[in-house]
Ligand binder design. Sequence first.
Ligand code: KIV
Length: 275
Amino acid sequence: MYSDNTQRKLTKPVTLSTLKQMKADQEKISVLTAYDASFTNVMNAAGVEMILVGDSLGMVIQGRDSTLPVTIEDMCYHTAAVKRGNTNAFIFSDMPFMSYSKPEQALDNAAKLMQAGASMIKLEGGSWLADTVRLLSQRGIPVCGHLGLTPQSVHKFGGYKVQGKTQEAADLLLKESLELVDAGADMLLYECIPTELGKTLTEAVPVPTIGIGAGPHTDAQVLVVQDMIGLNLGHTPRFVKNFLTDGRNITEAFEAYVKEVKDMTFPGPEHGFKS
Ligand code: KIV
């Protein structure tokens, strides 16, 4: 255990069942990225329900210009650090670039992340991942699919661009979402898609959805922690809001984020995208 924090707001462990029940109850879920024990500990105190050990660590921790160089060893190292700082939040971790290009390879690497402390893994892609998701799910590994803007494919997209803007692209996202759920995905994350599409997809799938730049209607919201405390290096994406303002300390900034996610004041229209 990293350290005790008597102010912790999560009084019992958040599990996949808790999160599925929150979707059913229409209670919004707060998610932030973390890569170390200290931030995790403060997020616990602020009541953040889910912590993503994102491969965004390649950019915000390692100073690289994309997530592509991140390795499974990097992900295991940071997952273990987050796990040591955590009490009750639900931890999930990214499978890095090319660590899941074949189902058996994905199983080996997902097992490493689960042994390091993750309770679910996240991977980027659509229909081509159905067999992989099925295999992981059958072996007892919860899976979150990441659709829309998938940063590991930045070179294929030709930049970090909003996805799902045409009717055809929106229909494809719905089809791929349902295929992943059918294969056993427990959650879906949508990045940079129009607000209305975020709503349609959230209503169409039976599992919790997490949004980043996907509007206020997804079941959960996630931000990269450095972005939401004003520590981003360079360009600030439209969907980011700095919560470390108005004389707040870090715990208060996280608490403000949780509150605004719950009452749907964040994200506002200024953080969303149109078709
Ligand atoms: O790596 C990451 O932090 C992510 C979020 C941007 C969703 O995947």
